[in-house]
Design a protein around this ligand. Structure first.
Ligand SMILES: [Ca+2]
Ligand SMILES: [Ca+2]
Length: 319
């Protein structure tokens, strides 16, 4: 038996920066406010703080649409404010983990602005572009998963909102840029990451259409009206089938191994984990996740559940 890791017994406390504590009285939570509350959190017996996204964001999706991965949202303070929060947390023996949003950026991120500007710019292949929608895939927040951009006369793919274009993780430059970002925060001393929507990283490369005889809005309605056991079963099947080509695809395992190798380069037993039940990632079996991720965590009391629409109530996915 190996010895117990800190994250196996730690009490995690999720902080949603926007609402947790307002230090300057402008009505929006911020890092000075959070720092003021650290004694309180320490007295509660908290071992680790998980920050919901604190990055600059147009906030279409509660900060999960990031426009700058290596900065602090100005309404939350400065990078110096963040550093002070981190060091004061460490002074009280509390670790800090960040929300790591890898699947998509904001549509206002400079990478996307460049990518959408033409078909031949240096970042033209950083997102998932097609000449015409190849299938009936849905955005899990309703509507088509493909949105038109006149500059390219093409469409881009988005699993979430149209303001959250999916990155093309088959492009090594994308991966490198994201791993550079991971190192940026690890170099600053953060203790690890909570992984957002990790199952949505890859899509079915054949763009196989779903075979559910309705769109998402209709499926939501069907689900609300489902009364009989047969209809409830059918509803569950439809939810699964509608999105099965858009998440849980092969490739996530090896990606997580790469991420873990980066974490292991650092001292202090940095961790990466995700909330909820075992994700139905292709080829993954119950209980084997630990070889890739340090913490398939079951977090409670989350302020923001960026969860997959097909999740039954009370459970959360890797989102
Ligand atoms: Ca404030
Ligand atoms: Ca994706």
């Amino acid at each position: 038996m190996t010895s117990t890791k800190w994250w196996q017994t730690a009490v995690f406390y999720q902080i949603y920066p926007r609402s947790f504590a307002d230090g300057n009285g402008d009505g929006i939570g911020d890092f000075p406010g959070m720092t003021e509350k650290l004694d309180y959190l320490s007295d509660l017996g908290v071992d680790a703080l998980w920050l919901s996204p604190h990055f600059p964001s147009p906030n279409w999706d509660c900060g999960y649409d990031i426009s700058d991965y290596t900065n602090v949202a100005p309404e939350y303070g400065t990078m110096e404010d963040f550093k002070r929060f981190l060091s004061e947390s460490h002074n009280r023996n509390m670790r800090v983990i960040l929300d790591l949003v890898l699947n998509h950026t904001s549509d206002e991120h400079p990478w996307f602005l460049e990518s959408k500007s033409s078909r031949d710019n240096p970042k033209a292949d950083w997102y998932v572009w097609v000449d015409a929608p190849p299938n009936n895939w849905q955005s899990c927040f309703d509507g088509d998963a493909w949105t038109y951009v006149p500059e390219r006369n093409q469409y881009y793919y988005h699993y979430f909102m149209k303001q959250q274009p999916d990155l093309n993780w088959h492009n090594p430059e994308v991966k490198q840029a994201m791993w550079d970002m991971v190192r940026f925060w690890l170099d600053l001393g953060v203790d690890g990451f909570r992984l957002d929507a990790i199952g949505t990283i890859f899509e079915d490369p054949s763009f196989t259409p779903h075979d559910v005889p309705m769109n998402l809005a209709e499926l939501r309605r069907f689900s609300e009206l489902a009364q009989t056991e047969a209809d409830k079963k059918l509803k569950d099947k439809y939810w699964h089938d509608m999105f099965k080509h858009q998440w849980g695809q092969p490739g996530v395992h090896s990606l997580m191994k790469e991420l873990r190798a980066i974490l292991d380069e650092y001292d202090g037993d940095r961790m990466a984990g995700r909330r909820g039940r075992q994700h139905r990632i292709h080829g993954e079996r119950q209980g084997r996740t630990a070889s890739r991720l340090q913490l398939p965590a079951h977090a409670h009391g989350a302020a923001h559940a960026h969860s997959h629409p097909q999740e039954p109530k009370g459970q959360v996915s890797g989102n």
